[in-house]
Write a protein that binds this ligand. Structure first.
Ligand code: ADP
Ligand code: ZN
Length: 435
């Protein structure tokens, strides 16, 4: 397949060209923020940094970090860098980890954000011949509006479904021949499951690609979705604070997501010390937005843990790539002193042939952490394994212990007893936080 790009002159520019562009844009952006955002100006003053000290990306480390707590403290207008009269849109985070924060956009900001989403759609093979079904939520959540705008830019026939109403999703997908599906991976898995139940195999639907993100998902989950829907599944990453989906996106190589470096500088830091780590090391992802006018964040700590890599990519794009986030630093569970990521549990479950419908429950009883994982049996498993459930649970618990270093109590439950998600899936219930 011939590789296509939405904006080839920048997506395939030489690393030197990109670096020069970043240097120039950073200097301008720091000045813009210092002059227009008193909250950040105070932070810079406290650190003794002046805009003149930032001459290129090599000086980036001199700037203070900004965190989600700053966003909450400055809510709603404290980090705004343009008069409201120049802003045309507000979006908000999903509130996965606490109070929602809001972000503002000028028309120019929206335009660049939609370009980023268009790059992702083209990287997934999208053209103006495609019918693009956008099943991310529309509204304050950035998923729907972002991909909708990108889809228009590419010239796809756009189906603005939003999330939910699964019956109608399937009807429109089949009646109107959707070729690209955009939604959360957990919703894609649910749509796949519902199609199978209706007797549709992967060859019965014209879908060819999916653009799935907004939540962590494993390689095993990718294979599962690709098989059920008969598509190639591409990852897409983003966060409201930095614009929305399309901060980075996957290409045909499927080995990480290209970060749109003309708009964002990525750094990896040690989350404990704040020290910048060399490429290839795992740490917390930090973004500086270079082109945002209304809500330009400098050195924003995402709390997402991942690795950067600038190896040459077979797709021809030169932007640096980030790995799938391992999870959020605040997603990591510490159970009896052991670090556990939900993604590790998902990996074991899918490898052992179970569905991605699971729930993790952690509690503290008599000063000891309890660790329970509930997993749904498929209809087939349910009918032939009623007798050997205990044996299956023990086998799964052992596989978990090998992966995690700690064995959960496994509970295999009847099909359809774990709630499906239409947006971001809720996998973890940590009751220790309630005590
Ligand atoms: P919230 O932080 O409240 O969920 P957003 O809706 O803006 O707000 O979601 C952004 C977050 O979603 C990211 O910081 C990241 O943790 C997660 N996320 C987004 N895309 C992906 C992806 N492709 N893989 C894993 N996590 C993702
Ligand atoms: Zn690539």
């Amino acid at each position: 397949m011939e590789q296509r790009y939405y904006q080839p002159e920048i997506e395939c520019a030489s690393p030197e060209t990109i670096k020069a562009l970043q240097d120039e844009r950073l200097v301008k952006q720091v000045k813009h923020v210092y002059e227009n955002v008193p909250y950040y100006r105070d932070m810079m003053d406290k650190k003794g940094v002046k805009p003149e000290d930032i001459k290129s990306t090599a000086d980036l480390h001199k700037l203070p970090f900004i965190t989600k707590d700053d966003l909450r403290e400055a809510y709603p207008y404290g980090l705004l860098a343009k008069p409201l009269s120049e802003c045309v849109r507000i979006q908000s985070t999903s509130g996965t980890t606490g109070r929602r924060v809001v972000a503002f956009y000028t028309q120019h900001d929206i335009d660049l954000w939609e370009d980023c989403c268009a790059r992702a759609i083209v990287a997934a093979g999208g053209t103006n011949e495609d019918v693009c079904q956008v099943s991310y939520g529309y509204g304050l959540f950035t998923g729907g509006p972002g991909l909708n705008g990108g889809s228009h830019k590419v010239g796809c026939l756009t189906l603005p479904m939003s999330s939910g109403n699964t019956e109608r999703q399937l009807q429109f997908m089949t009646d109107l021949n959707a070729t690209i599906l955009c939604c959360t991976p957990s919703y894609a898995a649910y749509l796949g499951e519902s199609l199978r139940e209706k007797g549709y195999g992967p060859d019965d639907i014209p879908l060819k690609a999916g653009i799935f993100g907004a939540e962590p998902w494993t390689e095993e989950m990718r294979h599962d979705i690709e098989k059920t829907l008969g598509i190639k599944a591409y990852d897409i990453y983003g966060l409201t604070e930095i614009s929305g989906p399309g901060v980075s996106f996957e290409c045909s190589e499927q080995t990480g997501m290209h970060i749109n470096e003309d708009h964002f500088i990525a750094e990896i830091i040690n989350p404990e010390t704040g020290e910048v780590l060399p490429e290839g090391e795992i740490g917390e992802l930090v973004f500086t937005s270079l082109t945002k006018e209304a809500f330009p964040l400098l050195r924003y700590r995402t709390r997402d843990l991942c690795v950067l890599n600038r190896k040459k990519c077979s797709c021809g794009r030169t932007f640096i790539k980030m790995s799938k986030p391992l999870g959020r630093s605040d997603d990591m569970l510490i159970i009896r002193g052991v670090n556990v990521f939900p993604s590790q549990i998902e990996t074991v479950l899918l490898k052992e042939g179970y569905s991605p419908n699971y729930r993790i429950e952690v509690d503290r009883v008599n000063n000891t952490d309890t660790f329970d994982v509930y997993v749904e049996l498929s209809q087939e498993m349910f009918s032939d394994t009623v007798k050997d459930i205990t044996e299956r649970e023990a086998k799964l618990a052992a596989a978990m212990r090998t992966m995690l270093g700690i064995g959960p109590k496994m509970h295999l439950v009847a099909p359809k007893t774990i709630a499906r998600s239409e947006g971001k899936a809720v996998r973890v219930i940590d009751k220790r936080k309630l005590h």
